[in-house]
Design a protein. Structure first.
Length: 338
């Protein structure tokens, strides 16, 4: 086997250019006009991004070796699984702001661009911090274990009306009471104002930031290679955009997936805290994560939740269903007026 190549700025540029071209074609050609994304189309795009991720992992083997390829697959699987609740939260955000189905793809597209910037900065900062202060790994490992156990027992609430970023935007800028097509800003009462679509985008971006603070430390337990972490993250979140249209209506039925995600956090947190005393093979980590998530999905299919158990419906029954399925609970104000 040839010696593993060293990652240069050209490799970063090539990867970013490939992602940029793909996203440009998506928005500029396939979705130039706002329209509803159908299930079959979304499933096709989800499959295409998954195949591209597997092709990328396969290309890493002759270029950098088998271990980086397995690290990529493990990071990809962890990021994809930990981001699943993001699908549920985004659906709640769209429901709260009443975002028409035709405009949801556009919001997710701009959300991906924001995620690229945020996660790139977080990954770069994390790699530099760990290289400078190695003991940070132990701190992150402990936080992941705590987050995992907390996820199992604590009910999370999603209330867009209380989101600090949205409240700040309302104070700084006027907000129009209605949509103006797919525009983020419009002229209202003679001045430039944000539309409800812009508030939904802000909420999606802040939700991604919150989920990134959970998922990124988990991947640092697998590798500290910035290129592997970034590429696995990007493939997962870009694929998640199309996966949203596949899973948004059925995610609440995977009632045990949250427990599986919590178990993954505890596992990778423990692995991170033991990194200097015992380092398990990457293939073992990949197998453990796959078994945990597979068991959670299998258990959910054997005992599916009721359609209204995800808390999408208001009232006492909706709240009880959300607690039973351990999904984030949507707190809907009495009035949905913007």
């Amino acid at each position: 086997m040839l010696a593993a190549i060293q990652i240069t700025p050209w490799h970063w540029a090539a990867f970013l250019a490939g992602i940029g071209i793909s996203l440009g074609l998506d928005l500029g050609v396939f979705h130039r006009r706002a329209r509803v994304v159908r299930f079959k189309e979304a499933l096709g795009w989800t499959t295409a991004w998954f195949v591209l991720a597997m092709f990328f992992a396969g290309a890493l083997v002759p270029l950098r070796g088998r271990e980086p390829a397995v690290q990529f697959l493990t990071g990809y699987l962890i990021e994809l699984s930990l981001s699943m609740d993001n699908v549920f939260v985004i659906a709640l955000i769209f429901a709260h702001f009443g975002v028409p189905a035709a405009y949801q793809h556009r919001i997710l597209f701009w959300g991906i661009l924001g995620a690229l910037l945020m996660r790139g900065a977080l990954i770069g900062g994390g790699v530099a911090l760990i290289a400078w202060l190695h003991w940070v790994l132990y701190l992150l490992g402990g936080l992941l274990i705590f987050s995992g156990f907390k996820m199992m027992v604590v009910e999370h609430e999603v209330d867009p009306a209380k989101n600090r970023v949205v409240r700040l935007a309302r104070r700084l800028y006027p907000v129009a009471p209605a949509f103006d097509g797919q525009k983020l800003t419009t002229i209202w009462q003679g001045r430039r104002a944000l539309t409800p679509l812009a508030l939904a985008l802000l909420m999606v971006e802040t939700a991604d930031l919150v989920f990134a603070l959970d998922s990124l430390p988990a991947i640092f337990a697998v590798t500290q290679d910035a290129f592997i972490i970034f590429t696995s993250n990007i493939f997962a979140i870009v694929g998640l955009r199309s996966l949203y249209f596949v899973l948004a209506d059925v995610m609440v039925r995977f009632r045990f997936l949250n427990l599986g995600r919590a178990a993954v956090l505890v596992f990778v947190g423990a692995k991170m805290t033991l990194t200097d005393g015992y380092e398990s093979p990457v293939l073992v980590s990949l197998a453990v994560v796959a078994v945990i998530l597979g068991a959670a999905v299998g258990a959910s299919l054997l005992r599916p939740a009721l359609a209204d158990e995800g808390g999408l419906k208001g009232g006492r029954d909706g709240r009880r269903g959300a607690r039973e399925s351990t999904r984030p609970r949507f707190v809907c104000p009495e009035s949905r007026r913007i």
